[in-house]
Design a protein around this ligand. Structure first.
Ligand code: HEM
Length: 519
């Protein structure tokens, strides 16, 4: 007590930060037993796609010439060995990263993973979301095709309406003299965007390091059904198991294997999609064709600007109200998202993590998700057309409806559960339907599935996967030896690599989670 009183304000601030970020140091920890469900690894999926973008981006950059961006893009696709596949991989990889990021964020919101002590984790995550969208915006501009550069210049123009002088900051960054070495019909701004694309990439890497450092301080958020008075790492492996020679996989090995598994899965998904649907590339037997025309100011004037799918929800505001008001709405949206942990704690005052116990937070979050979808579809269906104030009015209605329907429903569920509590049964137990929790708590005797039958079928699946992987690898070697480096065959190779990686990740998952965890 005395010690507490003698602390300076600075000490108290540092203690507050240490509780949330571990600034005085902490160590790597294995994943707890409940943490092997796939949704606990969604961040790893985002991380995997980021690593994929770093690797594929460096390869694409070898051939990219910012002085003549469009021609060098076409050259990469048509003339460089595996260039078409590489371009498609980097483009689809960006979509995968944004997509997994949105899913990761939504999942952490639903699970209440932003709550104390993970508030800063969430804020740093929001910063990562902002950086990722900026990186995608910059990357989208780089091929310098008609659609991408028209959208980029329109987007830049809209950003100049941002309040707090942010608009003039953007103008300062994009103001530049004409530079030597740039083709006459190319906007010199593209050179700077290429440099920014690298810089923002590095920033993502650095902020991601902080995200991971804080993550190691707290570990995973336990299932929200866990009883509040139990220790956080309820299911952490008991010490005596750690060095048990009969236990095939030690916790850290298992955690590491899961990381490898998610990377293989993400890489596989990107390879598969990029080669089944090459990005803006038409693959014919006679060669590859880039489907996007070059940028040209005369054509651009007749082309309705349409941003990439993840910016449609923002673009919607600009189609609906004046640019100044649209910028304010967008910034308010971003601020509410980033500061959500504090809104939940100090305005909504929710005391428990279960979604049913957070009615106001869930109503607001559901409204945001619904608005994101409605705005994106609406803006996508009306290219080049104004929507008018009806757009933001519909958004307002969505928020009202969300609160009017979800709040009372969750409150009703709360009251029903409280009423149905028998003595000794807590509210928490009645919501303990989480499969992960049940699985980790259930003993083999209470399980209805015969463990021997389950194991045998899993062994059968593992062997089948191994045979498939062997066959696909053999096909891959055949395709590669046919020398289709610049033709349609590169995409066939991509499909085989993608399938192999996905099957391999499934095999690893079965081994890590079932066959390797027998004691
Ligand atoms: C470049 C983008 C991002 C990457 C690579 C990333 C990566 C990760 C990873 C690897 C984890 C460990 C657990 C897991 O695999 O799910 C994690 C956890 C977490 N992330 Fe992210 N993240 C990103 C963006 C975000 C965003 C946008 C938010 C929210 C605004 C966020 C909030 C969180 C939170 C709250 C946790 C803790 C989850 C828990 O306790 O169960 N992250 N992140």
């Amino acid at each position: 007590m005395v010690e507490e009183q003698s602390k300076t304000t600075l000490d108290k601030i540092l203690d507050w930060l240490d509780e949330r970020m571990g600034i005085y140091g902490h160590t790597l920890r294995p994943s707890p037993r409940y943490g092997f469900r796939l949704d606990y690894w969604l961040g790893s999926f985002v991380l995997g796609s980021f690593l994929f973008e770093v690797i594929s981006g460096m390869l694409v950059a070898v051939y990219y010439v910012p002085g003549d961006p469009y021609k060098s893009t076409v050259f990469l696709i048509q003339n460089v060995p595996y260039g078409g596949l590489l371009f498609s991989l980097h483009s689809w990889g960006a979509y995968a990263m944004v997509f997994f990021l949105l899913v990761h964020m939504t999942r952490n919101f639903i699970e209440g993973a932003y709550r104390k002590p993970r508030e800063i984790m969430w804020i740093v995550g929001s910063l990562l979301a902002g950086l990722t969208l900026t990186e995608a915006f910059l990357g989208y501009s780089l091929p310098y095709n008609l659609i991408s550069w028209t959208a980029t210049t329109t987007g830049l123009n809209l950003f100049t309406y941002m309040p707090f002088n942010l608009g003039s900051l953007i103008s300062t960054f994009t103001l530049l003299p004409s530079l030597p070495g740039i083709a006459s019909d190319v906007d010199p701004l593209i050179q700077r965007f290429f440099v920014f694309h690298w810089i923002v990439g590095f920033l993502i890497g650095a902020v991601l390091g902080l995200h991971m450092y804080i993550f190691e301080k707290h570990g995973l958020t336990p299932p929200s059904t866990k009883q509040p008075n139990m220790p956080e790492l309820l299911d952490e492996y008991p010490d005596k198991l750690r060095n048990d020679p009969n236990w095939k996989l030690q916790p850290l090995t298992r955690t590491f294997a899961m990381i490898v598994m998610t990377m293989m899965m993400v890489f596989g998904i990107i390879f598969l999609i990029s080669s089944i649907d090459p990005f803006n590339i038409q693959a014919t037997v006679s060669g590859l064709k880039y489907l996007m025309p070059a940028y040209n100011p005369a054509l651009a004037a007749q082309t309705p600007p349409i941003p990439d799918w993840y910016f449609l929800f923002v673009y919607f505001f600009f189609k609906s109200v004046t640019p100044t008001l649209a910028s304010d709405i967008f910034l308010a949206w971003a601020a509410v998202t980033a500061l959500f942990p504090f809104i939940d704690q100090y305005i909504f005052r929710h005391k428990a993590p279960h979604p049913v116990m957070r009615p106001a937070a869930i109503s607001l979050g559901a409204a945001f998700i619904a608005m994101f979808i409605v705005n994106s579809v609406w803006a996508g269906l009306t290219p080049g057309k104004d929507i008018g104030p009806i757009g933001v009015e519909v958004d307002g209605l969505i928020i009202l409806l969300s609160f009017a329907i979800i709040m009372p429903t969750l409150r009703f569920l709360q009251s029903r559960n409280t009423e149905s509590q028998g003595s000794g049964t807590t509210f928490w137990r009645s919501f303990s339907s989480s499969k992960a929790l049940n699985r980790s708590m259930a003993s083999a005797t209470t399980s209805r599935i015969n463990p021997k039958v389950l194991l045998r079928s899993l062994e059968f699946s593992a062997i089948t996967l191994l045979i498939l992987i062997a066959y696909i690898t053999f096909r891959l070697i055949t395709v590669l030896s046919e020398g289709g480096v610049t033709t349609i065959l590169q995409f066939e190779g991509g499909q085989l690599i993608g399938t192999d990686l996905i099957l391999g990740s499934m095999l690893l998952y079965i081994y890590v989670n079932f066959l390797g965890d027998q004691r």
